[in-house]
Each structure stands twice: as C-alpha cells, then as structure tokens.
Design a protein. Structure first.
Length: 445
C-alpha cells in the first residue's frame, strides 16, 4: 500500500469514527422514499389513459407500471440511496453497488464532494442526469423482449438517481450559502440550522412558500412545500415514463419541473451568535426574495465548544515545557471575520506535580480549506496564562489545521511561542477536539 493511499485510509477511518449518527441530508431516507414512491404512482396514473393506444404501448406500460406498488416502492428506494450512498446509477444493478449502498465509508467519501446536492448546482445536476434517463427511455422503447425489460430497468434507476437531486433542491438547508467554499463543519451546522428553521422561497411561476428539511417533510408547516416537491417529482418521473411507454419525448413536463423548483430565496444570512446576543434579534437587511444564483458567500464556523491541550517548549530548555489542558470555545466577532477563543482549566510549568490555574485565549483567522472542506486552515494569535499567585504568560502565533467530520473537529496547532516572564522563545504545539454548534454567513455579496 502506498504512503498516499495509507494516508487516505487513516483519514477516512478517523472520519468514520468521528461522524455522529445524525448526518447532513436534504431529506431523511424515509422522506426520499416517500416522495419517490408517491411521485411514481402519480406519474403512472397520469399515463393510464394512454396505455391502450396500441399493443406495444400497452406492453411498455405494463413493464413500467403494471405492478405499481412494487415499482413505486423500488423507485422510492432508488431516490433515497442515489447520490448519498451510490456515486453512479449503474451501481444500482451491480454486486459492487449493493455493497456500497450499506457502506458508511462510501457515504462519507461521497459527502466530502456533495456540492452538487446544494443550490445552485443541484438543479443543474438533476437536469444533466435527467437527460440521460430520457435518452435511455427513448432508446429502450425501440427494443423488444428481454432487452426491452433490461433497458428499462437501467432507465428506471437513472431516473431515480436524478430525482434524488431534484428532491434535495426543495430542502431549506441546501440553499442560501456557497457550499464548495465552506468547510465541512460550517456546512453541516448551517445546513442543520436552516433545515429546522425553514425559509421563504419562490419559484419561476411566482408561488411563495416556506420550506423545511430533514425529518420535517410531513409537518403541518411544510404542507405547501410538500405539494411543490411532489408536483416537481411527478413531472420528472412522468417525462421519463412517457418517453419509454409512448416512445416519444414531450418537453412540457420537464419545463414544468424547471418552473416548480425554488428560484428565489429570502435573504439567507445567518448572523453570528454575539450579534444575536447583544442585538436581541436578526433583522434582515434585504428581506425581499432574491435569486438563488446570486448566493455567493460561504458558511463559517461560529459557536465551537471543545477541549484542547497545548504546550510551549523553550528552545534552550526542552525538558521544561509549560502546558495547559482547558475546556472552552469560540465565537465570531461580528464584522471582523475573526473568532475569539477562550478556555480555562489547569496547567503546569516544568513540573506536572504543581498544577496551576490556566487560561488560554486568542484570536483565530481562517486561511482556507482543502480536500473539499475536510481540512480547514487557520491562524491563531493567542496566549497561555498560568496563575498561582503570580502570572506566567506565553504568547504564540500558530498555524492550525482542523480535520472536520460532520460537526466534529480534530485540531492540530504548530508555531513559535515566547515566554514573557523568562524572555524565552520556543515551539508551540496544540491538540484538541471540538464540536461546531452553529454557523454564520451565507447570503449575497
């Protein structure tokens, strides 16, 4: 095994261990299943009056809709798995894909590159995949016998895979921020916040409604949004089934889907916790509905709670480090793009046998993300204070790298340090674990 591959395995194993059971999704699997099954039944019912047009049409209708309860159940299953657990619709019918569908590691690999599940890419992804299903349906309609059945089965899963993205486009947590520019932890927290809150959207027809996400598909407040997602999903399935059953393509249903999906959104910015605390409200600066295509700002980590340990090793006396173990957190300072960090606990200087009260505080500035947001990089300017009658102060400037898995963080800090009391320079090293409680940002420039 190469060193690079070994590193990937280690990172993935760490992520699997960290990510909680609550994963970031547009809708839960049961909700995807419900939308997929209901829309498939509605599409077949719409086709029923045309099924006896000629014998071949009747045969193709029977293949697509003859055993409707089973077909609709399978379609719902397909929409729930596609995109989140399988990377390609071809995997639905392979033994390899059957294993991947229950592989948590594969889910996490796909989650790192899930930007296509979020606006504005999500509707484009549906469109590209849906076109593949339409082309396959038209080609399949010209075949006979077993080849006809086999070809339709692939079309069936191509369409289910595409419709997963269409369904995600209605989830509140999948809109309003720049997903590719956001770290995994920030995206997870932002996603969860808006899925619970819900947000106002409108479509190209001018209909305005409030939509929610995860586990909230069937709540009373989401009833209007449920109608819109079912309508769009039904038109999408119908377009594919009609191309197969009738052997011809009519773009009317696809245009109806395009007009149904969310197009504009109420200002989606999330304000930092400090701003909410002191202002007491979140008054939107642009309350009107604006196009989702104009959303450019990323989500950023706001409230972070964790535990960390840090050490300073003087260059001229490596055997007498000072260090702390503290519990604390971070909050964004509104308007400055900085997080303030503070923690309290116990520390030592030279000897572990004489613990002292410790304070660790600093300012953190984001530098960027790598590996699709799995890693975030930050600059930390801070100090360690050891207090026991007198105060021993150590200043630091460190480069921090966070491994972000869902809302969990593992952090490593390295940089120079300076002990003010002893007038000594040294090496600062820190390790920590934290959880992202909320995010800020998103919205328009």
């Amino acid at each position: 095994m190469t060193k690079v591959r070994y590193l990937h395995v280690v990172v993935l194993a760490t992520v699997v261990a960290l990510v909680p059971a609550r994963d970031a999704l547009g809708w839960r699997m049961r909700e995807h299943r419900a939308i997929g099954a209901e829309s498939y039944i509605a599409a077949c019912n719409r086709l029923t009056p045309l099924k006896d047009r000629d014998p071949q049409t009747a045969v193709r209708y029977d293949i697509a809709c003859g055993n409707l309860n089973v077909q609709s159940f399978l379609y719902g299953q397909g929409t729930s798995v596609g995109g989140d657990f399988l990377a390609d619709s071809d995997e639905f019918r392979s033994t390899f894909g059957a294993a991947l569908a229950v592989d948590r590691g594969n889910y996490l690999r796909l989650a790192l590159r899930n930007s296509t599940h979020f606006h504005p890419m999500v509707t484009r992804e549906w469109g590209d995949l849906h076109e593949v299903a339409i082309a396959g349906a038209l080609a399949a309609s010209q075949k006979q016998g077993v080849a006809l059945v086999d070809s339709f089965e692939q079309v069936f899963y191509d369409s289910a895979f595409a419709d997963h993205f269409l369904q995600d486009s209605f989830a509140a947590g999948h809109m309003g921020f720049n997903r590719p520019a956001s770290s995994a932890g920030a995206a997870h927290a932002y996603h969860d916040e808006w899925n619970k809150r819900g947000r106002m959207v409108s479509n190209r027809r001018g209909a305005v409604w409030k939509t929610f996400g995860d586990n909230l598909l069937d709540i009373k407040e989401n009833a209007e949004s449920r109608k819109h997602v079912i309508a769009a999903a039904t038109d999408s399935v119908y377009s594919v089934l009609a191309a197969f059953v009738l052997g011809e393509y009519d773009g009317t249903s696809d245009l109806a889907v395009w007009n149904e999906v969310p197009f504009t959104i109420e200002d989606p910015e999330l304000f930092p916790s400090l701003f909410r605390l002191f202002a007491g409200t979140q008054k939107l600066t642009r309350p009107e509905l604006l196009p989702l295509l104009a959303v450019k700002r990323p989500a950023v980590k706001d409230q972070i709670l964790g535990i960390w340990t840090s050490y300073s090793f003087p260059f001229d006396s490596w055997g007498h480090p000072s260090g702390v173990v503290v519990f604390g957190g971070n909050l964004i300072i509104p308007g400055l793009g900085l997080r303030m960090e503070a923690g309290v606990g116990f520390g030592f200087e030279g000897s572990f046998t004489e613990p002292r009260f410790a304070v660790d505080a600093g300012l953190v500035r984001g530098l960027g993300i790598t590996v699709d947001g799995l890693f975030s990089h930050e600059l930390d300017l801070g100090s360690l204070l050891l207090i026991d009658g007198d105060v021993d102060a150590t200043l630091r400037l460190s480069l921090r790298t966070n491994l972000e898995a869902g809302d969990q963080l593992l952090r490593v800090d390295v940089g120079p340090s300076y002990n003010v009391n002893a007038d000594q320079f040294g090496l600062y090293v820190g390790l920590g674990y934290a959880r992202v409680l909320s995010a800020a940002g998103g919205g328009f420039f």
